[in-house]
Design a protein around this ligand. Structure first.
Ligand code: GDP
Ligand code: MG
Length: 315
């Protein structure tokens, strides 16, 4: 049987292979994805982010088990751009997730910094589609909350879970700007530690500042290592899902994400058009030298390259 039909039938190995092909950007892989696309869109994507060491992997493991108990088919994508391992995240994750990965209803994929042409965000986005077609009810995307990856996670998720820990104190102030808008559901993990209630209260207060939101994110206290508060957290995620569906937020977000995706693809296509031909690349390098010496400015160069692309009907 071909890989396309195998993914559609829920074959794990076929799904894994297609994800690898997409990471390597084989043209065949994108033809497959183009054909498979209409079969995607059914899975619910939960993005899980937060600072390194907050317990995201431990929590993900428990959430998977909770969803399995409800008879769901689950896929996990563990994204760690700080991990140097090609296609594999940190050992700790692997050791913990290992027992789950042999479960027939669980698919686990780690993505490190290397091994993806075109960036980790794009690789994640393609993997999500494959796992959707493969038949996962839920796709959990664990991303370390550093730099761009935190913002990127929203591009792929229907519900974003922010994992915090007690005693963030001033840090909350520091990360507040970017992070508070990202989370649909907040949890204070490691609530077995001192100061958990206070941290939860601080997050609550911060969320109260934000008056013109349609959805007010709940803040849940959990202890991932002891499996405490996991069912409640799953309930909170489900409440957000229900609310988003009933209020059109779900569709709106997916439409926004689709728009962003097309723009990203378009940018990539233009870049490729310019750089794929060595003559053009050389021209660009010559321009770059002139920009540095101020013989020309980057805006004019952009315009002339853009009209070149248009003239040649390359777009
Ligand atoms: N005390 C306590 N430790 C936890 C809890 N959850 C995770 N940890 C520990 O925190 C460390 C980092 O966890 P990990 O899941 O790898 O964090 P990640 O980097 O966010 O994925 C590990 O040693 C975990 O055992 C918790 O609820 N309470
Ligand atoms: Mg982790």
């Amino acid at each position: 049987m071909d890989i396309e039909s195998r993914v559609l039938e829920g074959d794990k190995r076929a799904a894994a292979r297609l994800i690898t092909m997409l990471e390597n950007k084989t043209p065949e892989a994108f033809d497959l994805l183009r054909r498979l696309y209409k079969h995607s869109g059914k899975a619910y994507v939960i993005g899980i982010t937060g600072p390194p060491g907050a317990g995201k992997s431990t929590l993900t493991d428990k959430l998977v088990k909770g969803l399995l108990k409800q008879g769901k088919k689950v896929a996990v994508i563990a994204v760690d751009p700080t991990s140097p391992f090609t296609g594999g995240a940190i050992l700790g994750d692997r050791v913990r997730m290992n027992e789950l990965s042999t479960h027939p209803d669980v698919f686990i994929r780690s993505m490190g910094a290397r091994g993806h042409l075109g960036g980790i965000s794009e690789a994640t986005s393609s993997a999500v589609k494959v796992l959707d077609v493969y038949g996962a009810d839920y796709i959990l995307v664990e991303t370390v909350g550093v730099g761009q990856s935190e913002v990127d996670i929203v591009k792929n998720s229907d519900t974003t879970l922010m994992v915090m820990v007690p005693g963030l104190g001033d840090d909350i102030q520091a990360i507040k700007a970017g992070v508070m808008e990202i989370g649909d559901v907040f949890c204070v993990n490691k609530s077995d530690r001192d100061g958990a209630k206070r941290t939860a209260r601080e997050i609550d207060m911060m969320l109260d500042f934000n008056k013109n939101v349609v959805w007010r994110p709940p803040v849940k206290m959990v202890v991932a290592t002891e499996n405490k508060g996991i069912d409640e957290l799953l309930e909170a995620i489900k409440s957000h899902r229900k609310f988003a569906l009933e209020n059109g937020l779900f569709e709106k977000r997916r439409e926004q994400n689709a728009k962003n995706e097309v723009i990203e693809l378009l940018k990539e296509r233009i870049e490729k058009t310019i750089l794929d031909q060595s003559e053009r690349e050389k021209a660009l390098e010559a321009y770059a030298r002139q920009i540095v010496t101020r013989a020309v400015d980057p805006y004019t160069v952009m315009e002339s390259l853009f009209s070149l692309v248009q003239r040649e009907r390359l777009l």
